[in-house]
Write a protein that binds this ligand. Structure first.
Ligand code: VGL
Length: 199
Protein backbone atom coordinates (compact mmCIF):
# COMPACT_ATOMS: atom_id res chain seq x y z
CA UNK A 1 0.00 0.00 0.00
CA UNK A 2 1.23 3.48 -0.79
CA UNK A 3 1.96 5.73 2.17
CA UNK A 4 -0.76 8.09 0.99
CA UNK A 5 -3.68 6.18 2.46
CA UNK A 6 -5.56 6.72 5.71
CA UNK A 7 -8.45 5.03 7.53
CA UNK A 8 -11.35 7.19 8.73
CA UNK A 9 -13.70 5.54 11.22
CA UNK A 10 -16.91 7.51 11.64
CA UNK A 11 -18.82 7.73 14.95
CA UNK A 12 -18.64 4.18 16.34
CA UNK A 13 -20.04 5.42 19.65
CA UNK A 14 -22.26 3.70 22.22
CA UNK A 15 -25.30 5.84 21.43
CA UNK A 16 -25.28 4.72 17.79
CA UNK A 17 -25.04 1.02 18.73
CA UNK A 18 -27.75 -1.31 20.11
CA UNK A 19 -28.81 -0.10 23.55
CA UNK A 20 -27.83 3.49 22.75
CA UNK A 21 -30.25 6.42 22.52
CA UNK A 22 -30.01 6.44 18.71
CA UNK A 23 -29.06 2.79 18.46
CA UNK A 24 -28.74 1.42 14.94
CA UNK A 25 -29.99 -2.20 15.09
CA UNK A 26 -26.84 -3.70 13.53
CA UNK A 27 -24.54 -0.83 14.42
CA UNK A 28 -22.14 -3.08 16.29
CA UNK A 29 -21.86 -5.86 13.68
CA UNK A 30 -19.39 -3.77 11.69
CA UNK A 31 -16.95 -3.45 14.60
CA UNK A 32 -15.04 -6.75 14.00
CA UNK A 33 -14.67 -5.72 10.34
CA UNK A 34 -13.42 -2.25 11.29
CA UNK A 35 -11.00 -3.88 13.76
CA UNK A 36 -9.47 -5.85 10.89
CA UNK A 37 -8.96 -2.67 8.90
CA UNK A 38 -7.41 -1.09 11.99
CA UNK A 39 -4.92 -3.97 12.26
CA UNK A 40 -4.02 -3.60 8.61
CA UNK A 41 -3.52 0.17 8.70
CA UNK A 42 -1.61 -0.07 12.01
CA UNK A 43 0.73 -2.70 10.61
CA UNK A 44 1.50 -0.38 7.69
CA UNK A 45 1.89 2.60 10.04
CA UNK A 46 -0.78 4.45 8.10
CA UNK A 47 -2.90 7.09 9.88
CA UNK A 48 -6.09 5.98 11.61
CA UNK A 49 -8.59 8.71 12.39
CA UNK A 50 -11.72 8.21 14.47
CA UNK A 51 -14.46 10.84 14.47
CA UNK A 52 -17.02 11.25 17.20
CA UNK A 53 -20.17 13.27 17.79
CA UNK A 54 -19.41 15.43 20.82
CA UNK A 55 -22.54 17.45 21.53
CA UNK A 56 -23.30 19.95 24.28
CA UNK A 57 -26.40 19.17 26.37
CA UNK A 58 -28.35 21.78 24.44
CA UNK A 59 -28.06 21.86 20.67
CA UNK A 60 -30.44 22.61 17.83
CA UNK A 61 -29.56 19.10 16.61
CA UNK A 62 -31.77 17.55 19.34
CA UNK A 63 -35.57 17.27 19.08
CA UNK A 64 -36.28 19.29 22.21
CA UNK A 65 -34.30 22.25 20.80
CA UNK A 66 -35.79 22.17 17.29
CA UNK A 67 -33.86 19.34 15.64
CA UNK A 68 -34.91 15.86 14.61
CA UNK A 69 -32.81 13.62 16.85
CA UNK A 70 -33.15 12.22 20.36
CA UNK A 71 -30.44 13.32 22.76
CA UNK A 72 -27.25 11.42 21.86
CA UNK A 73 -23.48 11.59 22.22
CA UNK A 74 -23.44 14.33 24.82
CA UNK A 75 -19.76 15.01 25.43
CA UNK A 76 -18.14 13.15 28.31
CA UNK A 77 -21.15 10.80 28.80
CA UNK A 78 -21.07 7.03 28.40
CA UNK A 79 -23.18 7.30 25.23
CA UNK A 80 -20.51 9.46 23.60
CA UNK A 81 -17.69 6.97 24.27
CA UNK A 82 -16.41 4.80 21.49
CA UNK A 83 -17.94 1.32 21.59
CA UNK A 84 -15.85 -0.82 23.96
CA UNK A 85 -15.17 -3.46 21.26
CA UNK A 86 -13.58 -0.92 18.92
CA UNK A 87 -9.83 -1.55 19.07
CA UNK A 88 -8.44 1.90 18.46
CA UNK A 89 -4.65 2.08 18.79
CA UNK A 90 -3.10 4.77 21.00
CA UNK A 91 -1.82 6.39 17.84
CA UNK A 92 -5.35 6.97 16.50
CA UNK A 93 -6.21 10.61 15.92
CA UNK A 94 -9.56 11.50 17.51
CA UNK A 95 -11.58 14.29 15.90
CA UNK A 96 -14.73 15.71 17.50
CA UNK A 97 -17.71 17.43 15.89
CA UNK A 98 -21.13 18.80 16.75
CA UNK A 99 -19.86 21.06 19.53
CA UNK A 100 -21.49 24.15 18.01
CA UNK A 101 -25.19 24.20 19.05
CA UNK A 102 -26.04 25.97 15.77
CA UNK A 103 -24.49 23.30 13.52
CA UNK A 104 -25.56 19.74 12.69
CA UNK A 105 -21.99 18.72 11.78
CA UNK A 106 -22.71 15.35 10.24
CA UNK A 107 -19.39 15.36 8.40
CA UNK A 108 -16.09 14.32 9.94
CA UNK A 109 -14.64 17.13 7.80
CA UNK A 110 -16.29 19.55 10.24
CA UNK A 111 -14.47 17.87 13.13
CA UNK A 112 -11.43 19.14 15.03
CA UNK A 113 -8.67 17.31 16.87
CA UNK A 114 -7.57 18.25 20.38
CA UNK A 115 -5.33 20.97 18.95
CA UNK A 116 -8.35 22.33 17.04
CA UNK A 117 -7.00 21.29 13.68
CA UNK A 118 -9.52 20.39 10.97
CA UNK A 119 -9.46 16.91 9.48
CA UNK A 120 -8.53 18.22 6.03
CA UNK A 121 -5.38 19.89 7.44
CA UNK A 122 -4.42 16.75 9.34
CA UNK A 123 -4.75 14.64 6.19
CA UNK A 124 -2.94 17.10 3.92
CA UNK A 125 -0.09 17.51 6.40
CA UNK A 126 0.43 13.74 6.29
CA UNK A 127 0.26 13.81 2.49
CA UNK A 128 -2.82 11.60 2.41
CA UNK A 129 -4.56 11.42 -0.97
CA UNK A 130 -6.83 8.43 -0.47
CA UNK A 131 -9.20 7.88 2.45
CA UNK A 132 -10.92 4.60 3.35
CA UNK A 133 -14.15 5.38 5.21
CA UNK A 134 -16.40 3.15 7.35
CA UNK A 135 -18.62 3.55 10.41
CA UNK A 136 -22.01 4.97 11.37
CA UNK A 137 -24.33 5.99 9.95
CA UNK A 138 -24.31 5.27 6.20
CA UNK A 139 -27.14 7.73 5.47
CA UNK A 140 -25.88 10.62 7.66
CA UNK A 141 -22.35 10.99 8.93
CA UNK A 142 -20.68 8.47 6.61
CA UNK A 143 -22.40 9.98 3.56
CA UNK A 144 -21.57 13.57 4.56
CA UNK A 145 -17.95 12.62 5.30
CA UNK A 146 -17.52 10.76 2.00
CA UNK A 147 -19.00 13.62 -0.05
CA UNK A 148 -16.83 16.20 1.75
CA UNK A 149 -13.72 14.05 1.27
CA UNK A 150 -14.41 13.92 -2.47
CA UNK A 151 -15.07 17.69 -2.59
CA UNK A 152 -11.76 18.25 -0.83
CA UNK A 153 -9.99 16.28 -3.55
CA UNK A 154 -9.37 12.92 -1.88
CA UNK A 155 -9.90 9.57 -3.55
CA UNK A 156 -12.45 7.74 -1.41
CA UNK A 157 -13.12 4.07 -0.84
CA UNK A 158 -16.23 3.25 1.19
CA UNK A 159 -15.91 0.09 3.28
CA UNK A 160 -19.13 -1.60 2.14
CA UNK A 161 -19.37 -4.17 4.93
CA UNK A 162 -18.19 -1.74 7.58
CA UNK A 163 -21.07 0.77 7.41
CA UNK A 164 -24.62 0.64 8.77
CA UNK A 165 -27.46 3.12 8.34
CA UNK A 166 -30.31 4.61 10.37
CA UNK A 167 -32.84 4.09 7.52
CA UNK A 168 -35.57 6.35 8.85
CA UNK A 169 -37.13 5.80 5.44
CA UNK A 170 -36.49 2.32 4.01
CA UNK A 171 -33.84 2.52 1.31
CA UNK A 172 -32.06 5.60 2.73
CA UNK A 173 -28.76 3.73 3.11
CA UNK A 174 -28.96 2.27 -0.36
CA UNK A 175 -29.64 5.75 -1.79
CA UNK A 176 -26.83 7.20 0.27
CA UNK A 177 -24.39 4.64 -1.13
CA UNK A 178 -25.59 5.45 -4.66
CA UNK A 179 -25.02 9.17 -4.00
CA UNK A 180 -21.49 8.40 -2.80
CA UNK A 181 -20.59 6.28 -5.81
CA UNK A 182 -22.22 8.82 -8.17
CA UNK A 183 -19.93 11.44 -6.65
CA UNK A 184 -16.89 9.28 -7.40
CA UNK A 185 -16.40 7.01 -4.38
CA UNK A 186 -15.66 3.34 -4.92
CA UNK A 187 -16.82 0.60 -2.57
CA UNK A 188 -14.88 -2.40 -1.36
CA UNK A 189 -15.59 -5.35 0.93
CA UNK A 190 -13.07 -6.63 3.47
CA UNK A 191 -12.55 -9.78 1.36
CA UNK A 192 -11.81 -7.68 -1.73
CA UNK A 193 -9.53 -5.38 0.25
CA UNK A 194 -7.56 -8.34 1.59
CA UNK A 195 -7.18 -9.98 -1.79
CA UNK A 196 -6.01 -6.68 -3.30
CA UNK A 197 -3.51 -5.97 -0.53
CA UNK A 198 -1.40 -9.11 -0.18
CA UNK A 199 0.61 -9.16 3.00
C1 VGL B 1 -25.55 10.64 13.06
C2 VGL B 1 -27.79 10.92 13.26
C3 VGL B 1 -27.61 11.98 14.12
C4 VGL B 1 -24.42 9.85 12.47
C5 VGL B 1 -25.33 11.69 13.90
O1 VGL B 1 -23.37 9.70 13.13
O2 VGL B 1 -24.58 9.39 11.34
N1 VGL B 1 -26.77 10.27 12.73
N2 VGL B 1 -26.38 12.36 14.41
Amino acid sequence: MRQSEALLIVDIQNDFCPGGSLGIPNGDVIIPVINQYIKFFSAKKLPIIASRDWHPEETGHFKQFGGIWPVHCVRRTRGARFHPDLQLPDSAIIVSKGMDPAEESYSAFQALDKRKRRLVSILRKQRITHVFIGGLATDYCVKASVLDAIKSGFAVTVLADAVQGVDIRPGDSRKALAAMTDAGAVTITLAEFKSGHKH
